[in-house]
Design a protein around this ligand. Structure first.
Ligand SMILES: *Cc1c(COP(=O)(O)O)cnc(C)c1O
Length: 479
């Protein structure tokens, strides 16, 4: 493609991008697509000769777009958000244009130094104590795996990697997380080679937060049985219900038993920009590592996961690997982020974060997050006030868990599960809003997660209207 042609197409696509942002609310949130629908419409073999760019764009619009789920639709209430924002999109364009590879300082000095600056900004924005140093990882899953690998190193006094990945008693390392903690912890424990049966799932209270006494007891039992407690993962904002594990008592237990304390705040971390939500971080100075995802609630394109550690050397001991061809004259003076995680090659992710923070300002980010939380509180109020609905968990942030429970009809939990499954399908089927579900305390619950950048009260009210309307229809046919 000649530069002139690139310029013309780029301008056209930017116009398309702006139209998309303006009009995404008119598209169905989730496509009505069956497995294979898209693939069957695409040729099985690549073109021998290059095709005109216009036909690529046409096929993107006609074949690909109708098969996309619109996470940046204002009616997006499923899972947790995966936001972007105009400044973030523009930064991604620049990043793609430069095509930088940011594995070490030398390979992209500004990328390394900007990453250091924005991670320090984030540390201050979240009110985290000094002494934490940040690095951008791709996802929270990777960050948690990194934490588990560091924990495994530390429990062997940093000899695990030096011995080529072997340690006395490595089959006896144990990891602890609540029954509500994310599946990425199971995956990390598995990938770190610790063995899934070494992951101890700790009981939660009736707010779905980890019970510290149960943690301490489990660690004690394991110690007595000759296991080596290695890592505890605390969760701020669990995936099912945004439950807040009590960080301080967990941290104190970890200190007492010299266990690595990793805090997973993938979704909720962004809310720590609000002074009134800082309470959930109380005790964070006791953590060894902390992760949250700007790609969830901080309007930064996927992927961008902010990982903080207290002891950078733990990362370096675990991941540093410098063959001759990667050595540079500046290695002693600079941070080489390839030594701070799993991958060698790294994207330039700091740029989009920098664009987002500077465009909105910390106050601007606070306002949006506050608005989301206020909408969730209002929605929770509607649920609480409606005799046919019940709330299933507290609402500390932007997520409301609830279920339909029609009055005057005697339904057991399994009937209610079925009814709510049908309700979710009916509400989502309209294509205007999209919610997801979970299971809390063994019962099916609907999840209304409010955190999409463009969501307004109108979409939240529309979701509630659909829920009550469809519930009435279903409730009647059921009774
Ligand atoms: C979303 C989420 C994750 C996984 O995040 P990825 O960045 O997709 O790996 C982990 N933990 C919690 C609590 C989450 O909400």
């Amino acid at each position: 493609m000649e530069t002139q042609e690139f310029r013309r197409h780029a301008h056209e696509l930017v116009d398309w991008m702006a139209d998309y942002i303006e009009n995404v609310r008119d598209l169905p949130v989730v496509p009505k697509t069956e497995p294979g629908d898209i693939r069957n419409r695409l040729p099985g073999s690549p073109p021998e000769k290059g095709e005109p760019f216009d036909s690529l764009v046409r096929d993107f619009k006609d074949l690909i777009l109708p098969g996309m789920t619109h996470w940046n639709h204002p009616g997006w209430f499923a899972y947790f958000p995966a936001n972007n924002s105009p400044p973030s999109i523009l930064a991604e364009m620049l990043t793609a244009t430069i095509g930088a590879q940011c594995m070490s300082w030398q390979t992209s000095p500004a990328a390394t130094e900007l990453e250091q600056v924005v991670m320090e900004w984030l540390r201050r924005m979240l009110g985290m104590p000094e002494g934490f140093t940040g690095v951008i990882q791709d996802t929270a899953s990777t960050s948690t795996l990194v934490a588990l690998l560091c924990a495994r190193e530390r429990v062997t006094e940093y000899t695990f990697a030096r011995r080529g990945g072997a340690a006395e008693g490595a089959d006896r390392f144990t990891v602890y997380a609540s029954t509500e903690a994310h599946s990425s912890i199971d995956k990390g424990v598995k990938l770190a080679g610790l063995g899934l049966d070494r992951l101890r799932r700790i009981a939660v209270d009736d707010h779905y937060a980890l019970v510290p006494d149960a943690l301490e007891e489990a660690i004690g039992t394991d110690r007595a049985a000759g296991f080596r407690p290695t890592c505890v993962v605390g969760v701020i904002g669990s995936t099912s219900s945004s439950a807040l594990d009590p960080i301080r008592p967990i941290g104190e237990i970890c200190r007492k038993h010299s266990v690595w304390f990793h805090v997973d705040a993938a979704y909720a971390g962004t809310a720590a920009v609000l002074p009134e939500k800082r309470f959930m971080m109380d005790g964070i100075e006791l953590a060894d590592s902390f992760v949250f995802n700007p790609h969830k609630w901080m309007f930064t394109n996927f992927d961008c996961s902010a990982y903080f550690v207290r002891d950078v050397d733990a990362l370096l001991h675990t991941f540093s690997m410098t063959p001759e061809y990667l050595k540079t004259a500046r290695d002693a003076e600079v941070a080489n982020f390839r030594d701070w995680g799993i991958q060698l090659g790294r994207r330039f992710r700091a740029l989009k974060l920098w664009f987002v923070i500077r465009s909105y300002g910390v106050e601007g980010i606070r306002e949006i997050v506050r608005r989301h939380i206020a909408l969730a509180e209002e929605f929770a109020g509607w649920v609480d006030a409606h005799p046919g609905f019940e709330r299933m968990a507290p609402v500390p942030l932007g997520l409301v868990c609830f279920r339909y429970r029609p009055r005057g009809v005697d339904l057991d939990d399994s009937n209610l599960d079925g009814l709510n499954r049908a309700l979710l399908a009916a509400v989502n089927d309209a294509g205007r809003v999209h919610l997801s579900h979970t299971v809390l305390g063994g019962r099916y619950a609907l999840r209304m997660s409010i955190g999409q950048l463009y969501t307004t009260r109108a979409e939240v009210a529309e979701a509630w209207r659909l829920l009550t309307e469809k519930a009435k229809t279903l409730g009647r046919s059921d009774s």
